[in-house]
Design a protein around this ligand. Structure first.
Ligand code: AMP
Ligand code: MN
Ligand code: ZN
Length: 676
């Protein structure tokens, strides 16, 4: 009953407040949902009212359970709906027009060379383990020394967590389990100590170390600020650290390359508890940017879960335990800017200033949860230990680069938004996502910011075929991000490739290249047969323009455009030409048709020749080379697997397995979408 009511209250808290509702109502499509929800809500309330009316006359049978369950499920639904609306409204209406030439911290402070801005899997960057119980994996060192070569040799997409053993073997420490009965109140806010050079950071580390030497342990609270807009991978912008007596704000930019090595003395020391709130992201950012790992983490988010608090945000804990509030607007501020304003510094400081006090209070509350009559009574610190266990899972999180597999990433987006797509649109969307991702790496910018997903969905729906149409779909010249503007034609190319009519000329040319290549590859290593040469015929626009102008214009006057187009099996390149030279494509399509027919004929002839030539040699009888390669690959994978078998957390996906997996995934997706 109690917990039921608690849940209902928690759900009500998730629903929009009046202002939020007003804001959400302005978003397209939301008004209808909100008014429908209102209607449903009113009818539930009315139903409950009449129920209570009945109850009063016959008060022995109050169906509390029923009432609660109805309310419960209704509110849960409403909360989910609200969440969805919220997510949609957070998507920027237009991409923010940013200057791509804005100087980045990596260039200003000279650490661009350590950022893994490439398509390879992420390689842990630590070089040395403090407080180690096992050696640093040789594979990591090998990959660090020569990334390109390493990934040509092994198919690994994730390395072992370097501190897996140290984290797993750590038993709950007395100084975490034992909570003083009298807790010192938090201190008043005073300006923090700013740290932006190695000397000062060294002093801080020695200070903490000194405390460990004196008391046998130490406690610190830590939080990070981050920017995920101005770079592809994202960047840690600030590290806030509070001890029992002082707040520190570390600027990581001028310390970038030394920071990990230095702070790991504190972060991996099991005698120092690291208190974070909601460290899931922080753990990964610390790995990515500094090679830092946390041994002995206490995450107050997990404590709030274990205590079943109504909300689990830091703001909620701050108001519950400290009766303080904090301004959320800075959460999404640009933390790369320097110097930071006093307000921003104060906001950042608050995130750790109260956290050790909250940690004390929460441990107290967790102790109180152990009631004498419960089975878990024989485990005296059951709840705190649960928090530590969950915190271990968080500390064991492994950073991975943004999803390279756009198939999978699109499926996730669709699932989240409860959206469906036919197979063809799905494939087109994947191609557009892939292009966007490549540009993200090329310009070192977050793809989701310079071209938000809703715009890509819009393109898939409207399938523009000219630059003009494309621009208008993307919100007009003024609103298009520079990066997109510079690459409009690339997007258009992808769109046109997916146009209804198959671009025959392109395909023929591709086939030509492929057949030539296959021949070279197959024949050269084993037999010294000269590869067959197939002459490539490129389309000479100028020639057509001059030669056939009259013919085409004549045709146009007399025939229905659509009829011509329906006969024409080369529509896409034709449209493509129109993009670059207005009207030129329409003028020359007839000639291109002839051209492609000629081409086709020539290829057929050439293929005939090729077949004849091969038939006269012994080539076909020889074992196929690529089959042998597969075996070699398998062999390598098995050997690799055996060597790494005993290591926890290392995922080795054999290449052929992965391909198989992707194949089945793909066919599952198509199966699902083809029905309807
Ligand atoms: P916090 O732990 O709340 O200080 O957040 C750390 C970082 O996460 C911030 O600097 C932001 O980059 C990001 N962040 C937190 N909350 C949000 C949010 N609601 N929307 C976007 N980014 C956020
Ligand atoms: Mn945080
Ligand atoms: Zn923060």
């Amino acid at each position: 009953m109690q917990t039921h009511a608690k849940q209902v209250v928690a759900l009500i808290n998730q629903l929009p407040k009046k202002d939020e509702l007003k804001f959400l109502e302005k978003q397209p499509g939301n008004k209808k949902i909100i008014s429908e929800t209102n209607q449903a809500f009113i009818s539930v309330i009315n139903g409950l009212r009449s129920l209570i009316g009945d109850v009063q006359t016959n008060s022995t049978t109050i169906p509390f359970k029923q009432i609660e369950e109805t309310l419960d499920s209704f509110l849960e639904n409403a909360a989910i709906q609200y969440d969805k609306m919220n997510k949609l409204s957070f998507v920027p209406k237009q991409p923010q027009v940013q200057k791509t030439n804005q100087a980045k911290p990596k260039d200003i402070y000279g650490f661009a060379n350590v950022i893994q801005l490439n398509k390879l899997p992420f390689i842990p960057i630590l070089k040395y383990k403090h407080y180690a119980q096992t050696e640093l994996d040789q594979k990591i060192i090998e990959a660090q020394n020569n990334p390109q070569q390493f990934f040509e040799k092994y198919v690994i997409d994730e390395f072992t967590h370097p501190y897996y053993e140290e984290i797993m073997r750590l038993i709950p420490q007395d100084f975490v389990l034992e909570v003083p009965t009298k807790i010192n109140r938090y201190r008043d806010l005073e300006p923090p100590i700013m740290i932006n050079n190695a000397d000062h950071l060294g002093e801080l580390i020695l200070k903490i170390q000194y405390e460990v030497d004196q008391n046998g342990y130490s406690e610190i609270a830590v939080d990070l600020e981050h920017n995920h807009q101005i770079s592809y991978l994202g960047i840690t912008c600030l590290i806030q650290l509070s001890t029992r007596t002082q707040d520190y704000i570390i600027d990581p930019f001028p310390l970038w390359k030394q920071l990990g090595e230095m702070l790991s003395v504190v972060f991996t020391n099991p005698r120092i508890v690291k208190v974070f709130h909601g460290a899931d992201n922080d753990v990964q950012w610390l790995q990515r940017d500094f090679g830092l790992y946390i041994v002995n983490l206490f995450d107050t988010f997990h404590a709030s879960k274990e205590l079943q608090l109504m909300q689990n945000s830091f703001q909620f804990l701050l108001s519950e335990y400290c009766k303080k509030s904090t301004d959320k607007t800075y959460q999404t501020a640009d933390w790369t800017q320097r110097p930071l304003s006093d307000e921003m510094i104060k906001y950042a400081q608050i995130d750790t200033h109260y956290l050790l006090y909250i940690y004390d209070r929460m441990r107290q509350d967790l102790k109180k949860l152990n009631k004498p009559n419960e089975n878990i009574n024989n485990i005296p610190n059951y709840y705190i230990e649960n928090v530590l266990k969950r915190s271990k899972d968080t500390a064991l999180k492994i950073y991975k680069k943004p999803l390279q597999d756009q198939d999978q990433s699109l499926q996730t987006i669709l699932n989240k938004q409860d959206r469906r797509m036919d197979t063809k649109s799905f494939d087109l969307m994947v191609k557009l996502l892939e292009l966007r991702e490549e540009l993200g790496i090329q310009y070192d910018q977050n793809p989701r910011y310079f071209l938000p997903n809703p715009f890509l969905f819009k393109l898939v729906e409207s399938k523009p075929t000219t630059i003009q149409e494309l621009k208008s779909q993307l919100g007009g010249d003024k609103n298009i991000h520079e990066i997109v503007k510079e690459n409009l034609w690339q997007f258009l190319k992808v769109l046109l490739e997916f146009d209804e009519k198959v671009p025959t000329v392109n395909i023929i040319q591709e086939e030509q290249i492929n057949t030539t290549q296959i021949q070279i590859e197959e024949i050269q290593p084993s037999l010294q047969v000269e590869p067959l040469k197939i002459v490539q015929i490129s389309v000479n626009i100028k020639k057509f323009q001059n030669k056939n102008k009259n013919v085409v214009i004549h045709h146009f006057r007399n025939e229905n455009v659509e009829q011509i187009q329906s006969q024409f099996y080369c529509e896409s390149p034709f449209k493509l030409l129109n993009v670059f030279y207005d009207g030129l494509g329409t003028q020359i399509f007839q000639s291109m048709k002839e051209q492609s027919q000629q081409q086709k004929q020539q290829i057929e002839e050439a293929q005939q020749q090729r077949i004849e030539k091969i038939n006269t040699s012994d080539f076909i009888q020889l074992p196929k080379l690529d089959e042998k390669n597969i075996d070699q690959q398998k062999d390598l994978d098995i050997r690799l697997n055996n060597t790494l078998q005993n290591q926890h957390g290392t995922k080795i996906l054999k290449r052929h397995q992965k391909i198989e997996q992707q194949k089945t995934q793909k066919s599952n997706i198509s199966n699902r979408f083809e029905i309807q």
